[in-house]
Ligand binder design. Structure first.
Ligand code: ATP
Ligand SMILES: Nc1nc2c(ncn2[C@@H]2O[C@H](COP(=O)(O)O)[C@@H](O)[C@H]2O)c(=O)[nH]1
Length: 192
């Protein structure tokens, strides 16, 4: 774990990014079970729902026109195109939760994290990295949620994302998930 900035306890808004398949969702799920006071933003996406994904729980699934309307209306805090689909953070609920003083967590890809860095420079930004590229590929394939073409796009994007990790306030390597959760708790100033 490398930390170059103050912890998130002062900022309230925390961003977790990292390549597809590194384990962001797995890590966030465990963190929320341990710390239900954290509010996780539910993103909008034009991606098709995967088996088992629930509208309003995993994502708000929108068609391209509805997504464009949301962006046009200024309804996204940030948004990006990722592996052929669009993803964005609905602005209003994030601003509401922050105004209530609640710790807010965004789990988003690199371009979105860069946008948040510009609009919320006080946000604490964490990059989750795999122990190796080979292990990342094993995880994406092992998850068995994406067709081969999507896997290839995600892996190509992962190479670019991994080169950007120096931009972040902290880098956590997700080798052992339980260790990564503890490192995240420490970075976010959460009591265990
Ligand atoms: N530390 C770990 N060791 C081994 N496998 C892991 C670890 N963390 C997560 N995984 C597995 O890797 C796969 C990808 O994890 P996950 O879906 O959480 O990644 P993600 O970063 O959220 O992906 P995406 O950005 O595409 O949503 C899952 O099958 C998960 O169980
Ligand atoms: N910029 C944003 N990226 C987001 C958002 N919600 C999710 N994501 C990221 O997209 C990829 C792919 O997700 P998947 O569910 O299709 O595997 C992954 O890196 C997510 O973190 C968002 O609102 N904005």
């Amino acid at each position: 774990m490398q930390s170059m900035a103050p912890s998130a306890a002062e900022g309230k808004l925390t961003v977790i990014t990292g390549p597809s398949g590194v384990g962001k969702g797995s890590l966030v799920k465990q963190l929320l079970e341990l710390h239900p006071e954290i509010w996780l933003s539910i993103s909008a996406t034009t991606r098709e729902a995967r088996q088992g994904e629930i509208e309003g729980d995993h994502y708000f699934f929108l068609n391209r026109d509805r997504f464009a309307e949301l962006v046009q209306a200024g309804g996204c805090l940030e948004w990006a195109e990722f592996a052929g689909n669009r993803y964005g953070t609905p602005r209003q609920p994030v601003e509401q939760q922050l105004s209530l003083g609640r710790p807010v967590l965004l789990e988003i890809e690199l371009e979105g994290a860069r946008q948040v860095r510009r609009s919320f420079p006080e946000a604490f930004q964490i990059f989750l990295a795999p122990p190796s590229f080979e292990e990342l590929e094993r995880r994406i394939r092992g998850r068995a949620t994406d067709p081969e073409e999507a896997i290839q796009r995600r892996l190509a994007r992962a190479r670019e994302e991994l080169m950007a990790q120096q931009e972040f306030d902290a880098v956590v390597i997700n080798d052992n998930l339980q260790v990564a959760v503890i490192e995240l708790e420490s970075l976010m100033g959460l009591s265990c």
